[in-house]
Structures are given as C-alpha cells and as structure tokens.
Design a protein around this ligand. Structure first.
Ligand code: AMP
Length: 355
C-alpha cells in the first residue's frame, strides 16, 4: 500500500491532474506533477513539479526517484515514457492501457477482440481505400485521425455527396479510421474504478451532450432505462477487466434508438463526464483514482444528489458570477488565464438533492 505521506507522480498538468492532486492532498499524499508546460493548472495545486519534455530521460529518471506511484491525466503522454517509468516505479493504469487508448485503431480492434460492439469502422490510407470503406460502413461516416484526437479534433464528417478526393487530400495524415455515423438516441459514459485485488466501484451511467465535438453538459444519472444502464455498466467493467486495469477507465458510448449500446471511446483516466462526482457522490472519481492506485479500499461511488454539470468553455467562464450565489451550484475554475474559444476553463455542477 502507498500510505498517506508518500508521493503520487502525475504525468500531465491539466485540470484532471489538478483535481487528482486536490483529492490526493485531502488524503494526506504529496503530489509531483510532470508536464512540459510550466504554468499549468495541476502545478498550481502542489509545490512539487518538473517542467521537462516527456522524452527527457534524465528528468524522467529523477521524477521516478522522487515518487512512489505514477499515474497520468491525459492519454497522449507517449506510451514509451510510461514504459520507461514503469521499469522504475509502478505506473497505474499500466502503459498497455495508455497504448490502446491513444490510438483509435488499436482501441477499436481491442474492443472488437473482447466482443464489445462499436460503430462499423475501417482503417484507411488512401482516397481509394476510403471510397471502398464507405461501401462497407455506409455513406454517412466520420473520418478520424488515428492519434491525437480528442474533443472532436481531427474529425471530418462525410455524407453521400461529399467529394472524397478533396476530403482525403485535406486530411493531412497518412492514415486514418473511418467510422459509420451512429444515429444515436443519446451519448452516455460509465466510469469504473478497479483496484489491485480486482475490486470494483462503478459510477452511475451519465448522459453527455456535446457541442462542436466538446462535452458541454453531463446529466447524472442518464435518462435511460435501468436495463440499458446495467448493460452499459457491465460493458465498462468488462473493458476494465480485459485491460487488467488498476485505476479508472471512462467508457464513452452511444445508445441507439433500438437500445443498442456501442462503445465510442475509452479513457483510462479521470474524465470530464465524471466531474459531477466531486459534489454529488460519496467518493469523487479523483479520490477513487487515488484509492485505487495507492491500494486503499475503494470508496462508495453512490450519489447522494442528482446533478447537471456544465463546462465553462472559453468566454463562458464569466458565468461563474451567475452561479456564485446559488448554494446548489458548485463552481470549479482551473486557474487558466486565456479564455480561448474551445478551452475548458472550469465547470459548474448544479446539485439536485434526492428526496
Ligand atoms: P470522439 O472524439 O470520438 O469522442 O468524438 C467526439 C464526438 O463526435 C462524440 O462524442 C460524438 O458526439 C461525435 N461522434 C464521434 N464518432 C461518431 C460516430 N461514429 N457517429 C456519430 N457521432 C460520432
């Protein structure tokens, strides 16, 4: 067990790292944040940090010496970096989960190999292959980059009348993945924590509404039938088990009008759709991550309130002023200075106490 007083290393300096550090500090841990950007939200939460590239072996070696366990807060940390660190200190979740989650093709192949349903998809590396793939996945589709895709980045919608040659030449990378467009009734996600002995904690399935590919609102719990929720939760646990995960995994899914559940993406880290757990659950996703990676017993994931979480994106950060006088609206700001469009600046969780 990693005991309170020991040090958790966090790769990545964004808001997920910041909220992980705040939860870890509450339990008496020290946190050391490693991130190439000096002025980052997570570094403001702790005096221990390293500012260096993810490829800097000297800095990574020193970081490993300074910490007792390592986790990551976004999945684009190079998997080789996680591997290098895993030879020195426990990295939880392990580098394998990272490798799968940061490559859309590996991710979909992994899901298929463990019997989890997804949208139909094909790997493509030329306009001709794209044309052929569209015959299989349907004329309405989305072409995505294999790597570095998040918040709707690297996505090109395709319709029956789209000029495929132009799409491919504008795509900008040598290979991609094309997915059939899912006419979903809603998007949901489930976060599962798993600890070393294979113990579980599963949060209620929540409903996610996106705007321009970025999460805008999470409604907790999701407005779906108990049967669909149970299936979604079982899928998330199955994925966590097959990843042999220690930590958290967030599983994003589409629910179709016929009640099918298709997995879109997995993220082996805290997730934006789990921010409501800070204020509405007995144990937040961040505390749960700390418990899981440190070998503490997992806490209850049950919620004492329903909730609606709204992201404050770009100039929307000003909306904290409207929320500040309402005792049921909990404000979380990430300390970022430039409110650029599309940048997640904070979130507000509106609590709806259960009677
Ligand atoms: P992603 O970056 O893959 O999470 O995609 C961002 C958002 O784009 C998703 O949350 C969906 O709203 C939408 N999207 C992605 N893939 C599909 C798909 N195959 N069918 C329909 N909508 C999709």
């Amino acid at each position: 067990m990693i005991e309170p007083g020991q040090t958790i290393g966090i790769l990545g300096g964004g808001q997920l790292g910041r909220m992980t550090a705040l939860a870890a500090l509450a339990l008496g841990y020290r946190c050391h944040v490693y991130c190439p950007i000096a002025d980052s939200p997570a570094k403001m939460a702790t005096p221990f940090s390293t500012t260096a590239a993810y490829e800097n072996k000297l800095a990574l070696g020193r970081f490993a010496k300074a910490v007792d366990v390592i986790t990551f807060e976004f999945e684009n940390v190079p998997a080789d970096t996680a591997e290098f660190l895993a030879e020195r200190k426990p990295v939880r979740p392990g580098p394998n989960a990272l490798r799968i989650a940061q490559d859309r093709l590996k991710e979909k192949d992994f899901l298929r190999s463990i019997g989890v349903a997804t949208a139909p998809y094909h790997a493509v590396s030329s306009a001709e292959e794209l044309r052929r793939a569209l015959e299989a996945v349907g004329p309405r589709a989305i072409l995505k980059t294999v790597r570095m895709g998040y918040d709707g980045k690297g996505q090109t919608p395709i319709r029956a009348d789209t000029d495929i040659g132009a799409v491919w030449s504008g795509f900008g990378t040598a290979s991609g993945i094309v997915e059939g467009f899912v006419e979903f009734a809603c998007e949901i996600s489930v976060i599962v924590a798993r600890s070393e002995g294979g113990r579980w904690a599963t949060y209620a399935a929540v409903e996610n509404q996106h705007s321009h590919g970025i999460l805008d609102t999470t409604i907790a719990p999701a407005r779906i039938t108990a049967e669909v929720a149970m299936r979604a939760e079982a899928i998330a646990r199955h994925i966590a088990e097959k990843l042999d995960l220690i930590g958290l995994v967030a599983v994003e899914m589409f629910v179709t009008h016929r009640g099918e559940v298709l997995v879109n993406e997995i993220a082996p880290r805290p997730h934006n759709s789990g921010h409501w757990t800070i204020d509405a659950c007995y144990t937040s996703q961040f505390e749960q991550l700390v418990r899981a990676i440190c070998g503490l017993p997992l806490g209850s994931p049950a919620h004492h309130s329903d909730a609606v979480m709204k992201n404050l994106i770009g100039p929307d950060i000003a909306k904290w002023r409207e929320a500040i006088n309402d005792p049921l609206q909990k404000i979380h700001l990430y300390g970022k200075d430039k409110a650029e469009p599309g940048r997640k600046m904070g979130h507000v969780t509106k609590l709806i106490p259960r009677r």
